[in-house]
Design a protein around this ligand. Sequence first.
Ligand code: 13P
Ligand code: SF4
Length: 303
Amino acid sequence: MDTRIIERINELKKEKNAVILAHYYCPGEVQALADYVGDSFYLAKTAKETDADIIVFAGVRFMGESAKILNPDKKVLMPDMKADCPMAHMATTEQIAKIREEYPGVAVVCYVNSTAELKCASDVCVTSANAARISGALPNKYIYFIPDQNLGRHIAKTATDKEFIFNDGYCPIHNDLREDELLQTVSEHPEAVVCSHPETRECILRHSDFIGSTSAIIDYVTRSDKKEFIICTEIGIEYELSKNNPGKKFYFAGGRCVCADMKLNTPEAILDVLENENNEVILSGGILQKALVPLERMLELGR
Ligand code: 13P
Ligand code: SF4
């Protein structure tokens, strides 16, 4: 990578008191230059705690929005405004209102991979790292889980005293992973441990030795004394996995789990927003106020 880009990014960060947050699905060179790299929960917590004036969020739109909601007085910049998560739009406020009418006392549990508008209509946010714990701790009998049906169905298996109502959203990247592809990879590497993200479908999860968020997968692999792993999640995680585990081998089932939106975050795009302070996340005062409630509840319950 062009070292001049990195040098200029570092100069601007100092000059403007800016911080760069990046998700594990970003390109490796972006993870290498970021100040903080992590899963969705860690990044939301970090965004809340930072004392920087500018947050550059290398991720997708809902992540930038959450950072802004948690820091309304700070400038949150997205390296590329087109980086959006399709799943974030796979529920509607009309559906939520209908379910609230049908199931009085229902808790609307909203995966952070959702628009700010959906968060406003929800009771609590969750990430894949805390969805089971938070849903299980709620006093409500009925839980409407939006937008990801795969994560919802996975956590419903543990919260057996609850009745779940599912939505039909999904991550197009994880949902595409097929059972036959995984079984083919397993037959090629019979000694490998299968680690999967809960956004994959049940046909993948049932063959998995470990299921968890991106950082939970990284922790599990790093602590394991096994040498080979089949990873069922987005390919960007390979950067941190390989960095922390030089002697271990990683195979990606299907070989095509790539989130094109996350890959829009490039060093050049980061430099551009730092220079020009463009691509700012702007939300109305009403949205900022309403969406803060379920996000703060998550940070509180997820502690
Ligand atoms: P986590 O990093 O929280 O596991 O999230 C996965 C994801 O799809 C983010 O878009
Ligand atoms: Fe959205 Fe899936 Fe990309 Fe994550 S990997 S940002 S859930 S499309």
